[in-house]
Design a protein around this ligand. Structure first.
Ligand SMILES: Nc1ncnc2c1ncn2[C@@H]1O[C@H](COP(=O)(O)OP(=O)(O)O)[C@@H](O)[C@H]1O
Ligand SMILES: [Mg+2]
Length: 218
């Protein structure tokens, strides 16, 4: 989905937000092409990467800078910013911190650019989903067991470490295997250590699974 609007007030930039729930639908690629096309048209362009997990737009822009330096050529560059995901204990505080960071960036560059291209994250990707599950678990830390928390947090730390490395050499099959293996550990920890209350039901894949005793399926 492509939505364009102008920030209220004279002399403010046009804002282009590229978003789609589905990962791999071409948001980052489109954001980069759009930013470069606008730069080639002589516009002053700001770019904001909201996907602090993948950082695709940030990497594209870094690569453009590295390429220009390597070839000793002048290439137009956008004013680029990455909004880092807040990692505090409270969901609401994190959202407020991320919004504050976003607003700081906007007010810092709004007078210096004609267009602002914003690349959204992939909220339904595997990495985002695990990140969201971990943040929820952290918020409910007192209602889940250490074993459930440790297994979910362990998966997140392992994923984060893998994603910090060189993306080109990332073994995606190994990532999927790690996620599958650790997901079994998380559900196993929930099965063995959680009381059969709301927290346990929350972990079940469906409401019928939550109420059907083991071995009673036909
Ligand atoms: N128009 C297109 N045609 C073919 N491949 C594309 C196109 N747009 C993007 N891609 C490729 O699809 C993959 C995902 O694109 P990306 O921009 O990272 O998606 P998103 O940001 O929505 O997750 C990348 O490998 C990219 O090179
Ligand atoms: Mg992307």
């Amino acid at each position: 989905m492509l939505h364009t609007t102008q920030i209220a007030g004279a002399g403010s930039p046009y804002v282009v937000v590229i978003g789609n729930e589905k990962g791999g639908s071409g948001k980052t690629t489109l954001a980069m092409h759009l930013a470069v096309a606008l730069l080639k048209e002589g516009q002053r362009v700001g770019t904001i990467d909201l996907d602090s997990n993948q950082r695709g737009l940030t990497r594209y822009i870094e690569n453009r800078r590295i390429w220009a330096n390597h070839r000793r050529i002048e290439l137009e560059m956008p004013l680029h910013h990455l909004v880092l995901r807040a990692e505090g204990a409270k969901l609401r505080d994190n959202e407020a911190e991320e919004m504050a960071a976003f607003e700081r960036i906007i007010s810092g560059i709004r007078k210096s650019v004609d267009f602002l291209v914003i690349d959204e994250s992939n909220p339904s990707s595997i990495v985002s989903s695990i990140g969201a599950a971990r943040r929820n678990a952290r918020e409910e830390r007192n209602n889940i067991t250490v074993d459930v928390w440790e297994s979910l947090n362990g998966l997140w730390l392992e994923l984060s470490a893998r994603l910090r490395g060189n993306r080109a050499s990332l073994d995606r099959g190994a990532v999927i295997e790690a996620v599958k293996k650790q997901a079994v550990m998380i559900f196993g920890a929930a099965q063995v250590t959680l009381l059969r209350d709301e927290a346990y039901n929350f972990f079940q894949p469906s409401s019928s699974a939550a109420t059907t005793p083991p071995g009673s399926s036909t």
